[in-house]
Design a protein around this ligand. Structure first.
Ligand SMILES: [Fe+2]
Length: 230
């Protein structure tokens, strides 16, 4: 795949024409924004947890600007979905194999867009946020440490955000179920250390009475989804 802004523009031009832009784009945008804002919040919590050793046995040797870069990556991780057809994004049922092929392009498209903005490090993580430690992810099927830590953080943040918010094809999972899914996927879909730090952080929020599943982001996303059913 071509790199840089020229590559991103070529890909987007081929996949979306101006005439394809529909009213639903304007409804989707705020929902994507809030979903990204929640993913950013979760990714930053893990970044702090790993750097300062909170919720984990010991701090990791990590660059001091990791949290700031992960914050940016959290916002941008799904930007490639602008190249996925509305019919796929808003489909209320299961995707066909062909539709999954379209959906699975979004990390690479996102990486092209972010790379074009000269955010080289963030672009690499955006392009790998659907890779899995067990090698069963996409687009490259990378495994374990081949996946940058930042991409493993995005993966956990993105998955939890997706599970705990309504989608057009299903309602949000109960919090307990979503957390159990993270536990079950630890070491397979999710980096075990990242998942552990994140789950500890969630429990800390519970103890402080600041459950993130009930925060204003989630209720705003729900409100938008209810007002703009697609
Ligand atoms: Fe994604």
């Amino acid at each position: 795949m071509a790199t840089g802004s020229a590559g991103a523009w070529r890909f987007l031009s081929a996949s979306r024409k101006e005439s394809d832009i529909q009213c639903s784009d304007y409804f989707f945008l705020p929902r994507f924004f809030f979903a990204s804002a929640r993913a950013r919040c979760f990714a930053v919590a893990v970044g702090f947890g790993l750097i300062f050793g909170r919720f984990a046995p010991e701090p990791l040797e990590l660059p001091v600007d990791l949290v700031e870069r992960v914050r940016l990556a959290g916002i941008l991780h799904d930007v490639g979905k602008i190249a996925v057809p509305d019919a796929v994004l808003s489909k209320p049922g299961k995707l066909t194999d062909a539709e999954w092929t379209e959906m699975r392009k979004h990390p690479e498209v996102g990486a092209l867009i972010v790379d074009g903005a000269e955010l080289k490090d963030v672009a690499a993580w955006v392009g790998k946020h659907h890779e899995r430690p067990d090698g069963k992810g996409y687009p490259a099927g990378l495994a374990g440490e081949e996946i940058p830590l930042e991409a493993r953080i995005l993966s956990v943040a993105d998955a939890y955000e997706a599970m705990t918010c309504d989608r057009v094809y299903r309602r949000a999972l109960p919090v307990k179920v979503a957390r159990e899914e993270l536990r079950k996927g630890s070491g397979k879909q999710f980096d075990p250390r990242v998942a552990e730090v994140f789950l500890e952080w969630l429990e800390e929020q519970d103890r402080r009475g600041e459950s993130v599943e009930n925060d204003h982001f989630a209720s705003l996303v729900r409100g938008l989804a209810d007002r703009n059913p697609v």
